[in-house]
Design a binder for this molecule. Structure first.
Ligand SMILES: NC(=O)c1ccc[n+]([C@@H]2O[C@H](COP(=O)([O-])OP(=O)(O)OC[C@H]3O[C@@H](n4cnc5c(N)ncnc54)[C@H](O)[C@@H]3O)[C@@H](O)[C@H]2O)c1
Length: 336
């Protein structure tokens, strides 16, 4: 029985593949490398000493996708694949709706045809939009504010509908907060294309000298130091959350939804300080105007995942920064 990881060559997928392989699970990775590098596959093998099947394939190519299900005994799917840049989604909404929604529909149709019951979906805290209050629990109102967030919300709704229509399906919707960090080996990590959208890759590229200085978008938010507060979670903790979710699905739980974060919020300036400490490098930054669409504070209430999955994030911001730096300094140009 195999676990299919769509987008398994990406940032979160590759870390999850490592955790699964280390547990001797039978893993199949599928990716079209639209936002990842084939080198990742060698790195996963190097870390784990394990082999796995790989398909270079676009999920939009349903005909060839079906072959994966014909040739393998897939019993669970973890669906990471998708586009994920909020700003880009505003400029290219059709690309986002096509890639994220159609590929998920292709997958779900084949899942039905081949009688696969377990599905884990990479959702995002983005579905909470600008929350009324923090910490955010799973019952907080959902309101996506950009096309990327809309695709996550639409897929969540599709999953809720198919779950209602078929009680034998087990579906975990995982709402990630802000994944950061890298594997301890320094062999896999986040490798954004071009200028990073996310804070930690940006800071680490400033520290390593690829970028000049960090732009801090606004210091006039209603937070303790005026800069935005987010819930950063180590990508290895996140990967382990997927393993626990698969265990949960094996209890035949129907549809379940979990926030995966640490429950702690850190400001931009706190992250800069923590990274300076970890890297022993100067991080130049300048305060600029707020970025449109950014919210002041966002952090998770993770008690549901703690209780029902027996899962808790173990790493703090010190480890997140040390591991990000270790990855960056060993791979100054990422996988290139
Ligand atoms: N990283 C974050 O900050 C974050 C936060 C919340 C949710 N998520 C979600 O988690 C998932 C994984 O995120 P990530 O950070 O690992 O992203 P990533 O871009 O590193 O990984 C996604 C992978 O999917 C592949 N892919 C994209 N479209 C595909 C297609 N049509 N067919 C086959 N492969 C395709 C890409 O090549 C890439 O390797 C995404 O769905 C993302 O929206 C990420």
């Amino acid at each position: 029985m195999s676990i299919l990881l769509t987008g398994g060559a990406g940032y979160i997928g590759s870390h999850t593949a490592v955790e699964l392989l280390q547990l001797n699970k039978d893993v199949i990775i599928l990716d079209n490398f639209s936002n990842s590098s084939p080198l990742v596959l060698d790195r996963i093998k190097e870390i784990t000493g394990k082999s796995f099947k790989f398909y270079e394939l676009d999920l939009l190519d349903k005909k060839n996708l079906e072959k994966v299900f014909i040739d393998n005994n897939v019993d669970s799917i973890i669906h990471f694949a998708g586009y994920k840049a909020v700003g880009e989604s505003v400029d290219k909404p059709l690309d986002y709706y096509t890639n994220n929604i159609i590929s998920t529909l292709n997958l779900l149709e084949l899942m039905k045809k081949y009688n696969i019951k377990n599905f884990v979906f990479s959702s995002s805290a983005t579905v909470y939009g600008n929350p009324d209050k923090c910490p955010i629990n799973e019952n907080s109102p959902l309101r996506a504010t950009n096309p990327y967030g809309q695709t996550k919300l639409m897929i969540e709704n599709i999953l809720k509908d198919i779950s209602k229509s078929d009680a034998s399906l087990n579906i975990a919707i995982l709402r990630y907060f802000n994944p950061v960090g890298a594997h301890k080996s320094g062999l896999i990590g986040e490798d954004p294309n071009g200028i990073p959208n996310n804070l930690l890759p940006y800071i680490s590229q400033v520290a390593v000298g690829n970028l000049d200085k960090l732009k801090v978008f606004g210091d006039d938010y209603n937070t303790h130091d005026g800069t935005g507060v987010r819930d950063y979670i180590h990508v290895v903790d996140l990967a382990k959350g997927h393993i626990k979710s698969l265990d949960k699905l094996n209890t035949k739980c129907g549809l379940v939804i979990y926030n995966l974060g640490t429950g702690n919020g850190y400001s931009v300036l706190e992250m800069v300080d923590a990274f300076r400490e970890a890297s022993k490098r100067e991080i130049s930054y300048e305060i600029v105007k707020r970025r449109q669409g950014d919210i002041a504070i966002c952090y998770a209430d993770c008690t549901k995942a703690n209780r029902e999955l027996d899962w808790q994030a173990e790493y703090g911001i010190k480890d997140m920064c040390i591991d990000s730096w270790n990855w960056q300094v060993n791979n100054p140009k990422g996988y290139k």
